[in-house]
Write a new protein. Structure first.
Ligand code: PEP
Length: 246
């Protein structure tokens, strides 16, 4: 059952992680270009940012330091991302939290720095399989969002649903995703922000997920590396937009 949301405009974001941009990313008919009805953004590795920006893709960093500059070898600041032409930055992706020790407090600092720099922060939250098994998913997400400023985009990415390159991994059910998205919306004072779903979204399951009233788009990892698959997701989002309008 479709429940139209007024002023809904999907954002479909491609997280390419430590992979090169897929073939044809910079072509005239690239599926990674923003559509008139749907926002599309790509998140390449730092070394590919400029190529994507030159190809006129809406581009974001996969992470960024909150300090504008400093003696931080190997890091890139959120202010630097803005300087090269990024529009978005991912904050606290679960792989950054796990592999680089990004804490809730650090993620909040990133989100604040991004807003100050004029970038849209996409704050990633989500529970592990163990936390869900213990019924703690709402507590975990609430804690992750505690100090987050308003005016951000949230990506709910249950860690257990992130494919990690395994295309057979199932996404969250539309019911579980909708339940958490409604909870996140109730927590945040700025009701106008978008809440994206991430975790094994693909061409087959995207319609069911994007139809949920509190899902405003997708953060797509593995499937975003396959141009045809990503195109399908964008097409579904465009069709749903049109449905809402009519
Ligand atoms: C991600 O890691 O942001 C992600 C959503 O990955 P995947 O789509 O591969 O599960």
């Amino acid at each position: 059952m479709l429940t139209p949301m007024p002023n809904k405009r999907f954002l479909i974001a491609a997280n390419w992680k430590m992979h090169s941009p897929p073939p044809g990313f910079d072509a005239a008919d690239s599926p990674y270009k923003t559509e008139s009805a749907v926002d599309v953004a790509v998140f390449p590795s730092f070394i590919d940012l400029s190529r994507c920006i030159s190809a006129q893709l809406i581009t974001g960093g996969q992470t960024g330091r909150p300090e504008p500059s400093g003696a931080l070898t190997g890091d890139v600041s959120i202010a630097q991302l803005k300087t090269v032409g990024c529009r978005y930055v991912l904050c606290g992706h679960s792989e950054r939290r796990k592999n680089h020790g990004e804490t809730d407090d650090y993620v909040a600092q990133q989100a604040i720095a991004a807003l100050e720099a004029g970038l849209h922060p996409i704050v990633c939250v989500g529970e592990t399989a163990d936390e869900r098994k213990k019924g703690k998913q709402h507590d975990v997400v609430k804690k992750q969002l505690k100090d987050i400023p308003s005016g951000i985009i949230v990506a709910y990415e249950p860690v257990w649903a992130i494919s990690g390159g395994d295309p057979s991994k199932p996404a969250a059910s539309a019911q579980d995703a909708q339940d958490m998205h409604a909870f996140i919306r109730s927590l945040l004072p700025d009701k106008a922000m978008r809440i994206l779903y991430g975790g094994s979204m693909n061409g087959k399951n995207c319609e069911e997920l994007l139809k949920c009233p509190d899902i405003d788009g997708g953060l797509v990892g593995g499937a975003s590396l396959k141009p045809e698959e990503f195109k399908k997701i964008v097409e579904v989002a465009v069709a749903l937009e049109k449905n809402y309008e009519s």
